[in-house]
Design a protein around this ligand. Structure first.
Ligand SMILES: *Cc1c(COP(=O)(O)O)cnc(C)c1O
Length: 387
């Protein structure tokens, strides 16, 4: 057994990020400024979108997307329930109603057929989550949206690096929001990015991200700036700081290396766990032109065959000094949604079935192959005990 606890997730911060943050701190410009601008430019080029707006979280990005599309009271937005709460919470924040659609059991992303069933005259948008970093059915969702005059928002919290049929996520839907939270593939501690090919939406999102002011502080306080500004929306305080952008610039530059390390771990996990009875591995079944970002490595525990269920396996792995996590507790089963929207067990059969079985194993570039082998050995040993 491992002597040291293996955390579920750890960021990989190296000397160049540290030096860049120190440089920012010494520069006298610590909030949104030149480094945020550079990070936006680099990110925009990376995903191939026309516009990128840096924000302080993916949640902020999702909120801005809905606000910029003028979605509000009386409107409905179709979202998966098999996601982090922010995907639905932000719909509530703008006063609209989240309508939950089920997922496809292979992709664990929205099931286009169920999405179509949930459309009503009040539906304004669909939010697609690319679960675990695997591309969701973006073309199918876009086709449904166009047919019904709806907008498509992509929650790409897991999907930096993800490609769908050769195109980078962030360059396809109407608005895409990325997360740079501490556990994500690219980290800025807290942070996010919104991308869109629509220039007027981009302007609106940028203005709304900083109090609805028509000019940002960097422009106002620079030598050529003026003190005047106009507030043209009741905007938010969602801007990214140059301290965060300092991390982001270097993390983006080394993303390819991080992704290679993730893929190497995934391949070994697949090899190591293939023989264990009662586990469903995250078979990608993705098309040749697709690319998986492997944000998460999720297994499904089939209690009958494996011997114990997911909850018991979590406890056994904890005893073996291995941290795990569950992505996600379905949003429609959380008390807030049950109380306010009357959702509950039985609404989404595939989501609920997958939730009962799913478990995320540690997967991050800072993990060694030995760490990964420890996880495989522990799972194998537990399987033997209960077989
Ligand atoms: C992490 C996550 C978010 C929220 O990201 P923040 O940057 O923490 O706001 C949204 N959606 C999904 C699917 C996530 O995993």
């Amino acid at each position: 057994m491992r002597k040291e606890f293996l955390p579920f997730a750890l960021p990989l911060i190296e000397e160049d990020e540290i030096a860049e943050v120190v440089d920012t701190l010494r520069s006298n410009w610590i909030t949104t400024g030149p480094k945020t601008k550079r990070f936006e430019e680099a990110f925009k080029d990376y995903v191939g979108a026309k516009n990128a707006i840096a924000v302080n979280s993916c949640t902020a990005g999702l909120h801005l997307a809905l606000a910029a599309l003028e979605i509000g009271p009386g409107d409905e937005v179709i979202v998966p329930s098999f996601t982090f709460a922010a995907t639905a919470n932000t719909v509530v924040h703008v006063g609209a109603r989240p309508v939950f659609a089920d997922i496809d059991e292979q992709t664990l992303c929205l099931d286009p057929a169920d999405v179509e069933k949930k459309i009503t005259p009040k539906t304004k948008a669909i939010t697609l989550v690319h679960y675990a970093g695997r591309p969701g059915p973006i073309d199918e969702i876009m086709a449904i949206a166009r047919k019904h005059g709806l907008k498509v928002i992509e929650d790409a919290a897991h999907a930096i690096y993800t490609k769908s049929r050769g195109r980078m996520i962030g360059s396809i839907g109407d608005i895409t929001a990325f997360s740079f939270y501490a556990t994500k593939n690219l980290v800025t501690a807290e942070g996010g990015m919104v991308t869109t090919n629509d220039d007027s939406l981009a302007d609106k999102i940028r203005i709304m991200s900083l109090h609805g002011m028509s000019r940002d502080a960097w422009q106002r306080y620079s030598a050529t700036g003026s003190w005047r500004y106009d507030v043209i929306y009741a905007g938010f305080k969602y801007n990214m700081t140059d301290i965060q952008a300092s991390l982001g610039l270097h993390q983006l530059a080394k993303l390819e290396r991080f992704q290679k390390l993730r893929k190497q771990l995934v391949d070994r996990y697949n090899e190591g766990l293939a023989q264990v009875e009662g586990l469903i591995l995250p078979e990608d079944r993705i098309e040749p032109e697709d690319r998986h970002a492997w944000h998460l490595f999720t297994i499904r525990v089939q209690k009958e065959k494996f011997g114990i269920g997911r909850d018991e396996l979590v406890e056994e792995l904890k005893k073996a000094n291995i941290g795990t996590s569950v992505h996600f507790i379905p949003v429609h089963l959380h008390p807030f949604y049950q109380t306010h929207y009357g959702t509950g067990k039985g609404d989404l059969p595939v989501t609920e079935k997958v939730f009962d079985e799913i478990l995320s194993l540690p997967l991050y570039p800072k993990m060694s192959l030995q760490d990964m082998a420890d996880v495989v050995d522990a799972v194998g040993a537990i399987a033997k005990t209960y077989a």
